[in-house]
Design a protein around this ligand. Sequence first.
Ligand code: SAM
Length: 260
Amino acid sequence: MKNIEPVAPEVKAGLTRNIQDFWTRRVNAEHIMGKAMTTHARGDDAYFQDLETQRYRSHRHLLPWIAAMTPGKTVLEIGSGVGLDTFTMAQHGLQVIAADLTEVAVKTAQQRFLRHAIPADFLVADACHLPFPDNHFDYVYSFGVLHHVADTEASIREVHRLLKPGGQARIMLYHRHSLNEGVHRLLKVPFEDRDELCPVVRRFTVAEVRGLFGEFSHTEVSIEYVYGEGYGRLFALTPRWLYDGLSRRWGWHLMIAATK
Ligand SMILES: C[S@@+](CC[C@H](N)C(=O)[O-])C[C@H]1O[C@@H](n2cnc3c(N)ncnc32)[C@H](O)[C@@H]1O
């Protein structure tokens, strides 16, 4: 499913409600392909610890990506989920504002920040209509979200609008020409959930990304994550040099760094 045609407003509204319902039922990071990542109650410290350990063990490219952002700057995170990267960015010294379409994600993330007295602002909002003025943020960060929204092109225009001149977008979108795409198609396994179809899961080529980010002055795209722990022992057994080489060609994550 590509998003290259304009999306009619009534279609967009209905789709956004379905998307919201899906992510409310399936709070991200709690399950991977049907397997629970924690036995602890949602919002407990041990719950976050379990999800965070799994995430950064599996997404090896993520901590260096965040560490390369300049502390002290403002960052809007779009689609923050339960706030795992939000927390990492705040600990790195960034001033974070986190938005998600679902109340459950925002409330869960917020609990942790309040408990640890870490400053950050949270809001429930749609990536395509964010309530901030133009030219406002140093960074806009969004990992694994804008391929799930009703209108990806509109959401990227919104990222551009919200960034200060010279500000940086850090966005991850799914890669069409990837091993994961091939395996899911071959085995007819849905993306995101084993038992339920996610309403929108777009995948893009590098050339399509360059088109989507055409308004930006400079865009760099790297490719990561050929597979993760959802592939069982294969992930742990693949030598790092081979994993990195495969990821650069057939990875699932298009890591986009774009400057306004
Ligand atoms: C795959 S999860 C990623 C969450 C988080 N970024 C992470 O990597 O763990 C997708 C998240 O995007 C949120 N989302 C989906 N559509 C959205 C939209 N239109 N605006 C804001 N958030 C959205 C969902 O509620 C969900 O929390």
